[in-house]
Design a protein around this ligand. Structure first.
Ligand code: TXE
Length: 481
């Protein structure tokens, strides 16, 4: 049985309590590893290591920090198969997605910030010829990074990379449901020669380890990705301590399809934006709005494509398009929302059920990709985040009507718009309340761009200079000439 360890002060160590949590392989429903059940003592040990390492790491040149980060990035790349298999075993996503999406993006995250830090600069403000201001950007100190289970290494590195690149030391906690690839990353950090204490990974439960990080007086900033409810809890604890907060939370994203769209391109991309990673991406377009003239054509073509192309199966198999749901609890949550949709008057056009595989996968957690129509835009199914392979389809007649429906939820993370009318694309992008708008594409990502949402989808932005600014403090110095 694989026993995962914490990574503290440059070493792989057991939790002080010696207690462990069962970690499941969702494709079989069986325990395959043990995750440390750490507590505040382990967080304190990690904090002390980070604090001790900060002086040296923050004074290490950006060039040297960059070199070590690029070594970590290339070592992950060299071990991509091992990381991909681990990610799939832990999260349930298809192996091809781990190999071609998840792990390469983690490699890019570390490479991107490992190079960005060499170009990160700040500004000066001359006051005529009698004074000059310059802005110093210095690292914060010890920061906390807490990440979710849907894109485990991808979102974990998306936080720790800018944090360490900008000279901070980190106490990090991946989700207790998907700890495996963060553990493999620890081994790579040791091999790459990352100085002890720069990155510390404490595995365990959110309510124990996560909250110990959030409430630790020495940890001055928290970068969190996860559910909106948890984000609110973190803010409740951290705000009175005046910590910097970056909160990337839930989404209930509209996918707006106009009759003048490029139908075939839209259809192919909408299959992805609806069900990639079993729909367990907060950027997925779970509410599909179709302009009435093509509603029936879309419904027929989309349902057909879902039934024919989206094979549900063992995620290690090459032809699997929809893998297993990450946990029994989440599996049951998604099925309960499908029941709710029926109670709210929805008609299930395809899917709507758990899928029972054979043999060693019989106990795994699988749900058929589900398309539901006939619901009110403001019913619970269309307002609450399901975070699974479930989408609703709704016709609309005017831009005003679809904007009202699209903007009606408490979330505002992302939106996809399909139209060949350029003026309309800009008009809609201005009117949509979201942090990210994709036009005639989905999940096309440039790491330099600001990433995040509005309303209950979060606070602050990640990505590019936004991330490096979050993890540094600006100081203005004004000199009289
Ligand atoms: O979140 P949870 P989940 C959202 C996505 C979905 C959720 C899925 O929309 O709603 O995240 O992740 C730790 N104090 N996004 O269910 O439970 C917990 O252990 C401190 C949005 O895992 O919030 C885990 O490590 N930490 C995002 C992490 O928080 C606590 C992209 C997340 O767990 C804690 C991905 C506490 N009290 C998912 N309780 C985006 N917008 O980019 C739990 N945790």
């Amino acid at each position: 049985m694989l026993t995962i360890k914490n990574y503290i002060n440059g070493a792989l160590v057991e939790p002080i309590s010696k207690k462990y949590i069962d970690n499941y392989n969702p494709s079989t429903g069986k325990v395959f590893s043990l995750c440390p059940d750490s507590d505040e003592q382990d967080v304190e040990m990690a904090y002390q290591a980070a604090n001790a390492a900060f002086e040296q790491w923050s004074n290490t040149s950006a060039e040297k920090r960059s070199k070590i980060m690029l070594r970590i990035s290339s070592l992950i790349e060299k071990n991509i198969e091992k990381f991909a298999e681990a990610e799939t075993m832990d999260q349930g996503k298809p192996l091809w997605l781990s190999r071609n999406g998840e792990i390469p993006r983690a490699v890019s995250n570390i490479h991107f910030f490992g190079t960005a830090i060499e170009h990160f600069a700040s500004e000066a403000h001359p006051m005529g010829n009698h004074a000059v201001n310059y802005t110093l950007r210095t690292p914060i100190g010890v920061v906390g990074c807490i990440s979710p289970w849907n894109l485990p290494l991808y979102l974990f590195t998306w936080k720790i990379a800018p944090a360490i690149a900008s000279g901070n030391c980190v106490v990090a906690k991946p989700s207790e449901i998907t700890p495996y690839t963060a553990y493999l990353l620890s081994e790579i950090c040791i091999e790459a020669g990352l100085p002890a204490g720069v990155l510390n990974i404490v595995h365990g439960l959110g309510a124990k380890v996560g909250s110990a990080i959030t409430s630790h007086v020495g940890i001055k900033a928290i970068s969190f990705t996860g559910g909106t409810k948890t984000g609110a809890e973190i803010a409740r604890v951290a705000a009175p301590m005046f910590k910097k907060l970056s909160l990337e939370l839930g989404g209930k994203n509209p996918n707006i399809i106009f009759a003048d769209c490029d139908f075939e391109k839209m259809l192919t991309e909408t299959l992805r934006s609806s069900f990639l990673n079993q729909g367990e991406i907060c950027l997925c377009g779970s509410r599909i709005f179709i302009e009435r003239p093509i509603y029936e054509k879309f419904k027929k073509a989309f349902v057909e494509k879902v039934k024919v192309e989206l094979v549900v199966g063992n995620p290690m198999q090459a032809d699997t398009k929809v893998g297993s749901i990450v946990s029994k609890m989440h599996f049951e949550k998604i099925l309960s929302y499908i029941e709710l949709a029926k109670q709210e008057g929805g008609s299930v056009l395809c899917g709507g059920n758990a899928v029972k595989l054979q043999g060693e996968f019989a106990e795994g957690w699988y749900i058929a990709p589900t398309v539901i129509e006939g619901l009110q835009y403001n019913c619970r199914t269309n307002q609450e985040e399901i975070f699974g392979p479930v989408v609703t389809i709704t016709p609309f007649d005017t831009e005003e009507e679809v904007l009202h429906m699209a903007n009606s939820t408490e979330y505002g993370l992302a939106c996809t718009i399909w139209t060949e009318n350029l003026t309309r694309a800009h008009r809609m992008s201005f009117a949509i309340r979201a942090g990210i708008v994709w036009i005639n594409c989905w999940l096309l990502r440039d790491l330099r761009t600001p990433f995040g949402g509005v309303k209950n989808s979060g606070v602050g932005r990640e990505g590019g200079w936004e991330a490096l600014r979050f993890f540094t403090e600006p100081k203005n110095v004004c000199i009289k000439i």
